[in-house]
Ligand binder design. Structure first.
Ligand code: GLU
Length: 503
């Protein structure tokens, strides 16, 4: 048997360090066994998936040195590797399940489902909806069918009993069937859900081992049952511990930059980022902290993954990066620095903003040095301004940060729309309103548009600088945050209403 592993990201946002972490362990496992590693794009959520996100995921994985043998860009014998191009396969497979009685068409309306769930909640019952709750009497099905009512396809699931799922790290895991609902496999628009597409593709792509985040454990019983319904062997499952913030909560962009693009822009070396991801729950036999991808692959053993939640700590990563940087000879340092700082993708978009404002090249760095910087040099005095007292300043920065967290597709327009709506609602002149953003993002207010700058820096770098500014100003403690959140709720609703009204 050839070991085949895969990473299967959904292209719905910036490339996440968690995706790279899972990719690394899948690749290491495949390499250890002389096997193959595949990239599959799970883009069945057509509303949230974008081509840019897919491209950024591929670029980021390559930047880190995580190369795949088969994937959407390079093809392979089991393609297509993009789920949106595999619609016919899922249609066929869902029909197999319907024909065998392992799935049923469910004509229940959203209102009926809500009512059932509300009733369950009232009774303090398990929330899982079972086929017996959902299947309508035959005449009613016929009537709705004749009316052309929309339907989804759901899988049959046992009402009770225990499902045992074997996990490579955890051994047998017992899960109660009573908690498992009659999962939707195909939505009313004919698109498959994650569960169906994932199982069908892992089988057809001959995946032998599935290493994925532990948040998927609760899906495992459904997957196991689907393999049984189809009569296929199930790949071995291995649920990896989730990455955590230093405070042990699940790694989130609210607390930590999570986009690989951020680490690239901050000037981390890909070797160091990969090294650090390799230390998430895993260690070399000799416990060495600094190791290369190939060192890791030649010593890899999945059973040395420890299940305690690994902490992704940016400070620790900086330290590790410094070890990698110091080892470079001067020539390599110079060429890698130039390749990082002056790469055309980074520099070209900035030029139109600075060219009209400089007389000599030496004006460039004072004007636009913040494009190559990390966090801005700031003191509380940097923010002194006649329009602001301390409280108002913190409010504007924190509310602005929260608004920016809401943006799904990062662009100048999206940033402007939200911040300008906020300025209007808080009744602050745009010029005054933008001042603290200029300071936080650029360290000065006499430079190019701060909205353009944020758009070019990307969401994680912009948010990091705002968070840093808030900390320089004394930070927002728990108590203060509670008070602010209360105020923010109304403001946020009003901003949303303005945005909706403008559509
Ligand atoms: N598309 C899923 C994700 O984004 C894949 C989960 C899996 O590996 O099964 O995490």
């Amino acid at each position: 048997m050839t070991v085949r592993t895969r990473v299967a990201p959904s292209p719905t946002g910036d490339p996440h360090v968690g995706t790279a972490y899972i990719a690394l362990f899948n690749l290491a496992f495949a390499r250890q066994h002389g096997g193959q590693f595949i990239l599959r794009i799970e883009d069945t959520d057509q509303v949230r998936s974008t081509a840019e996100s897919e491209q950024a995921i591929m670029d980021s994985l390559r930047w880190l040195g995580l190369e795949w043998e088969e994937g959407p860009d390079i093809g392979g014998p089991h393609g297509p590797y993009r789920q949106s191009e595999r619609g016919e396969i899922y249609q066929e497979m869902v029909q197999v399940l319907l024909d065998r009685g392992h799935a049923f068409k469910c004509y229940r309306s959203a209102e009926e489902l809500d009512a059932m769930r509300a009733q369950r909640q009232e009774q303090g019952n398990s929330m899982a909806l079972k086929p017996s709750d959902l299947i309508l009497p035959a005449e009613e099905i016929a009537r709705r069918e004749a009316d052309g009512a929309p339907y989804v396809v759901r899988m049959m699931v046992p009402e009770e009993g225990v499902c045992v799922v074997d996990d490579m790290l955890r051994g047998p895991i017992e899960l109660d069937w009573s908690q498992v609902d009659a999962q939707v496999l195909m939505k009313s628009d004919g698109m498959p859900t994650y569960h169906l597409a994932n199982v069908v593709d892992d089988h057809l792509m001959k995946i032998t081992h599935v290493l994925r985040g532990e948040e998927w454990i609760s899906s495992a019983p459904k997957h196991k049952l689907l393999y049984e319904y189809f009569g296929w062997d199930m790949p071995q499952l291995c649920h990896m511990p989730l990455l955590r913030n230093p405070d042990k909560s699940k790694l989130s962009k609210r607390k930590n930059p999570t986009s690989i693009l951020y680490y690239e822009r901050m000037g981390f070396m890909p070797e160091a980022v990969l090294n650090y991801l390799g230390r998430m729950g895993w260690s070399m036999p000799d416990e060495s902290e600094k190791f290369s991808r190939d060192d890791m692959f030649s010593h890899f053993d999945i059973h040395r993954v420890s299940l305690g939640g690994p902490v992704f700590d940016v400070e620790k990563l900086r330290w590790l990066n410094s070890l990698w940087l110091r080892e470079l000879d001067a020539e390599t340092f110079a060429s890698r620095f130039a390749a990082w700082g002056l790469k055309p993708e980074r520099v070209l978009p900035v030029i139109p903003h600075i060219q009209p404002r400089v007389e000599v090249f030496s004006d460039v760095v004072p004007l636009a040095g913040h494009f190559l910087a990390g966090l801005t040099e700031l003191t509380p005095q940097s923010f002194e301004h006649k329009a602001y007292d301390e409280e108002k300043l913190l409010n504007v920065l924190q509310f602005g940060l929260w608004q920016l967290e809401e943006i799904r597709h990062w662009s100048k327009e999206a940033i402007e729309e939200r911040l300008f709506a906020m300025a209007r609602l808080l009744d602050i002149k745009v010029r005054d309103f933008l001042f603290p953003f200029f300071m936080a993002i650029a360290g000065t207010s006499s430079t190019i548009s701060v909205l353009d700058t944020m758009a070019l820096l990307g969401p994680d770098m912009s948010r990091s600088r705002l968070r840093h500014a808030i900390n320089v100003l004394g930070g927002v403690g728990k108590k203060k945050a509670k008070k602010m959140e209360k105020e923010y709720r109304d403001l946020s609703a009003a901003i949303q209403a303005e945005l909706n009204g403008g559509e």
